[in-house]
Ligand binder design. Structure first.
Ligand code: HPA
Length: 277
């Protein structure tokens, strides 16, 4: 099937997933950029599920990698870890981008913890710093709650005044400092990409109150909040945004900074999971 994903199909996806993988009590969804090698003491990475087997829309391969979700199990409890995410710039529709979030919520998950790579809009933020996101600017031009999605699974006009859970943010700030990160808190500006911003756009985003800019995560946050999940988002500052330094931006730079921070980020997520569950 490759038509438009509907709420009824989403329910069937969740039912099939339940039957096939028996996830038991799903506590949370962790959304990690690909390449994060998570290890959580006390939890077993029991199964890696190919998402093409789960969702009824075609997946765009990400540099040849399968798109998977790992089920971490402890007794009858499960954590779902999404390895790499779906982006609008890859050509996914908004309801496809957030399908893993809705799946986790339909399976009972009450929390989403997401990491992402961003450009720093403030020149004071060095590459490799971590920003605990406390609000966002949705400049994507789309919202995954439009149409029938907004009338299914949650309120049509969900409140976003505290989209990023204050208690989780406090916990994350101390755990991030313990893991060795320089930590700031601030606003994530979401743009569609895939081109990086122009220097004029960077000045605009900064004057609008953004601290970091990225091409993901906001659709997932909107869908998660719509379904009542608590949300924590941690942004790695991978590069100074365009125009803040005198050289062009490359995807390689972003990947390299992600690779450098991967172990620290994995330690941080491991310690957060240990504190939370
Ligand atoms: N801009 C947008 N998205 C990004 C950037 C950036 O500079 N770095 C990593 N993701």
């Amino acid at each position: 099937m490759s038509g438009v994903l509907t709420p009824d199909e989403m329910r069937r996806v969740a039912e099939n997933f339940c039957e096939q993988y028996q996830p038991g009590l799903v506590l949370a969804l962790l959304v990690a950029g690909s390449g994060l090698r998570l290890e959580v003491p006390g939890w077993d990475a029991a199964e890696e599920v190919d998402l093409q087997e789960v969702f009824p829309f075609p997946l765009h391969s990400l540099m040849g990698h399968r798109q998977t979700v790992t089920l971490w199990r402890r007794g009858g409890e499960t954590l779902m870890v999404l390895n790499g995410r779906f982006h609008l710039y890859q050509g996914y529709r908004p309801e496809e981008v957030v399908a893993p979030v809705r799946l986790a919520a339909l399976l009972g998950a009450e929390m989403m913890i997401a990491t992402n790579a961003t450009g720093a809009l403030d020149p004071e933020i060095g590459a490799g710093s971590l920003v605990v996101v406390n609000d966002h600017l949705n400049l994507l031009g789309v919202n995954p709650l439009t149409g029938e999605w907004g009338r299914e699974f949650g309120p049509q006009f969900p409140d976003m005044s505290e989209a990023y859970d204050p208690k989780l943010r406090e916990l994350a700030k101390s755990a991030a400092a313990e893991a060795g990160f320089v930590v700031r808190e601030g606003v994530y500006a979401a743009v569609q990409g895939p081109s990086f911003e122009t220097p004029a756009e960077v000045r605009m985003l900064r004057s609008m109150g953004g601290l970091v800019v990225g091409m993901s995560t906001v659709p997932e946050v909107l869908a998660a909040r719509h379904m009542g999940m608590k949300v924590l988002v941690l942004s790695l500052a991978a590069n100074p945004a365009a125009g803040l330094v005198d050289r062009p931006l490359t995807h390689t730079e972003v990947l390299e900074e992600g690779e450098k921070a991967a172990d620290k980020l994995a330690t941080l997520i491991g310690s957060l999971v240990g504190k939370l569950f």
